[in-house]
Design a protein around this ligand. Structure first.
Ligand code: FES
Length: 159
């Protein structure tokens, strides 16, 4: 219980530092939420309440922004985030087969996190590198021209 309180205190301190660094106006909300997602993996209820105080914004507004953007999350995510491009140019060059292989290998539907908290599988719109589709982004590592045969090998790099 005491360690939970310490963790909460540390989280609040980190949130205050993020707001000090980025800013506390309405226009700063998305970058602040992005930084909180990067740091903690998701935006907790505690974070939303604290941001409401620090940025003088209603919690409802913060929650609505936090749940609108795919790059933000109000749910805990896995250690590695896999983003699969589901836009048409990647789709027509074999994206569907690669995505099936990815789902089979992970046993996950889009938006789900594995029971061991290792993986979160997300779909995304165009990542801006259509010339090398199908494309998978694992954390910040981009894989292009991916075939379904390569999926297991790519995942094994994160063991
Ligand atoms: S359509 Fe997949 S990267 Fe552009």
């Amino acid at each position: 219980m005491v360690s939970d309180q310490i963790k909460e205190t540390e989280q609040l301190e980190d949130i205050r530092e993020i707001v000090e660094k980025i800013g506390s106006t309405r226009a700063d909300l998305i970058p602040v939420l992005q930084e909180i997602t990067n740091k903690f993996g998701y935006i907790s209820q505690l974070a939303i309440k604290e941001l409401s105080d620090l940025m003088s914004l209603p919690t409802k507004e913060i929650l609505s922004v936090a749940t609108f953007y795919r790059m933000l999350s109000t749910q805990p995510r896995g250690e590695h985030i896999i983003q699969f491009c589901e836009s048409a140019p990647c789709h027509v060059v074999g994206g569907r087969e690669v995505f099936s292989a990815l789902q089979d290998a992970l046993g996950l539907e889009p938006g789900q996190t594995s029971a061991d908290n290792k993986w979160t599988l997300l779909t995304t719109s165009c990542l801006g590198v259509c010339g090398i589709g199908p494309v998978i982004l694992v954390d910040t590592d981009m894989y292009g021209n991916v075939t379904s045969d390569q999926v297991k090998n790519i995942l094994s790099r994160y063991d």
